[in-house]
Ligand binder design. Structure first.
Ligand code: NAD
Length: 462
């Protein structure tokens, strides 16, 4: 496929926020700060440009199923605590529902709905045969101990076991969950699901540990996908990965892998911020040492003091200096990569940012108002459904390997992932040029195009 140039279109269409009549038809109150409405508004805007049939807009504006569960767990002190959890299944026209489970004290239904809708769009954009879902449990995984966390994980998956399954809905890790959580999910599910093959029932989750049928490359997959997208997209924006100066907001799974992998491509990490603080080193922060520091201490704070020496010549003797949140955003870089939580880049932060490209590794990190300001300031936004779809792509590859009882090596996983990412980038670029729109709208158009075609072929039951 010919590589399209990605110079900014001359006319950006102006959009009225939450203007669609679909919100009235579905009786949805217009709250501009509501994450779910923000996501659906962008999807509907793209659907309008694509001239998707009206009934498809109605279908996509609401999830198919929203399940809320409450379950008691005995804590180590002998007391019982009641936990709240959600599983939202947005759409399954392309295949079984698929999406991560988040453990966080601030999990809310509308956020999970938004993340589920993003999964529908993501799977379609990278053309993996899955629909969109998301789960969440209101719990602070850092605030309870290992055994308590195991009991919460087991009770949560058992509470939603009736609506998930290897061919129905397949959870995966997200914020606050990891391969260990997936091991507890899988073990609990196979013990209660009544499946003929307990081994096959393990396919109910992806992101499992390698020893339990996880895929090579799944842990780094989202970060790998972010880097694949940047390698593909930056040249069209007059930049190169090699030599790019990068800042990272969030240094968990996605942020730390993105940092390590982009540094391997010759980029320099100059600033990092997480929930513990912000650090900067204009000569470059060693991303591997920083990952080790975060694993040991729980955050990036204190990295400068803790790492007086580095092994590589590219980095200075001091690890980094501690800076304020505002200094982090104002650090001049080529690419800023938000890889933490939703809605962090609001109008204020969008005004502070000194970058040429904002690559959304986190889900929905930019508010619509923030995005408009970034556009007005000439900062290109590479949208989340494009940048972070590497995670679900390798989850799909894990599911395929489990289904066939085969194990792929890392080269095969990385090559297959790269093909999905590059094609998703090119689909987005083609839509951007065809419809003369911003990159987020283009990514949604490329995703909706596939969903619209499948609905047209299948029709609406009965
Ligand atoms: P994680 O829990 O491993 O890391 C989250 C990071 O965010 C941590 O570094 C944390 O310190 C930081 N953070 C939290 N609150 C913050 C605050 N107030 N200020 C600054 N930093 C803060 O989670 P993750 O798996 O890396 O996910 C990060 C984002 O990527 C989320 O939006 C998630 O939905 C998205 N995502 C994850 C995957 C995946 O495979 N894990 C796939 C696709 C998208």
């Amino acid at each position: 496929m010919a590589k399209a140039s990605i110079a900014a279109p001359t006319a950006m269409p102006s959009v009225d926020f939450l203007a669609s009549s679909v919100f009235d038809e579905l009786g949805m109150e217009r709250d501009p700060d509501n994450l779910y409405l923000q996501v659906i508004d962008s999807v509907l805007h793209a659907a309008d440009i694509l001239e998707l049939p009206h009934h498809l807009k109605l279908i996509l504006a609401q999830p198919k199923n929203e399940v809320m569960v409450h379950f008691p767990v005995r804590m180590n002190d002998g007391d019982y605590r009641l936990f709240k959890g959600y599983r939202v299944q947005h759409n399954n026209v392309l295949g079984p529902y698929k999406g991560g489970v988040r453990f966080h004290p601030d999990v809310h239904l509308d956020d999970i709905k938004a993340l589920a809708a993003l999964m529908t769009m993501k799977c379609s954009l990278v053309r993996v045969p899955f629909g969109g879902a998301k789960g969440g449990c209101k719990v602070d995984p850092r605030g309870i101990d290992h055994d308590e966390l195991m009991r919460v994980s087991r009770r949560f998956i058992s509470a939603i076991s009736g609506i998930i399954g290897p061919e129905i809905d397949i959870p995966a890790p997200d914020v606050g969950t990891n391969a260990q959580t997936m091991a507890w999910f899988a073990d609990t599910y196979v013990n209660i699901a009544g499946s003929v093959s307990k081994h096959d029932a393990m396919r109910v989750v992806t992101g499992k540990p390698l020893e339990m049928g996880g895929s090579a490359g799944r842990e780094k997959a989202t970060g790998q996908g972010v880097v694949d997208i940047l390698v593909e997209m930056l040249p069209g924006l007059g930049l190169k990965t090699e030599g790019a100066r990068v800042s990272l907001l969030g240094y968990g799974n996605v942020g730390s892998w993105t940092g390590r992998l982009i540094a391997e491509k010759g980029a320099t990490i100059v600033a990092v911020m997480d929930h513990t603080g912000a650090i900067r080193n204009d000569d470059g922060i060693d991303p591997t040492l920083l990952a080790e520091h975060v694993a040991e201490t729980g955050g990036v704070a204190g990295f400068g003091a803790a790492h007086g020496e580095t092994k590589t010549g590219r980095h200075t003797q001091a690890g980094a200096e501690s800076i304020t949140e505002e200094d982090f955003y104002r650090t001049p870089v080529d690419v800023c990569i938000p890889a933490a939580l939703e809605q962090m880049i609001d109008v204020e932060k969008a005004g502070w940012l000194e970058c040429k490209v904002l690559a959304e590794a986190a889900n929905a990190p930019t508010t619509p108002q923030g995005e408009r300001l970034l556009q007005a300031r000439g900062i290109e936004v590479l949208p989340a459904i494009l940048c972070n779809s590497g995670g679900v792509t390798v989850s799909y590859l894990e599911w395929v390997q489990n289904k066939q009882s085969v194990v792929w090596d890392i080269e095969r996983v990385d090559t297959t992932l790269n093909k999905h990412m590059v094609l998703a980038a090119r689909r987005t670029l083609l839509a951007r040029h065809r419809y003369e729109c911003d990159m987020r709208t283009a990514a949604y158009i490329a995703a909706l195009d596939q969903i619209g075609k499948v609905y047209a072929l299948r029709g609406i039951f009965p």
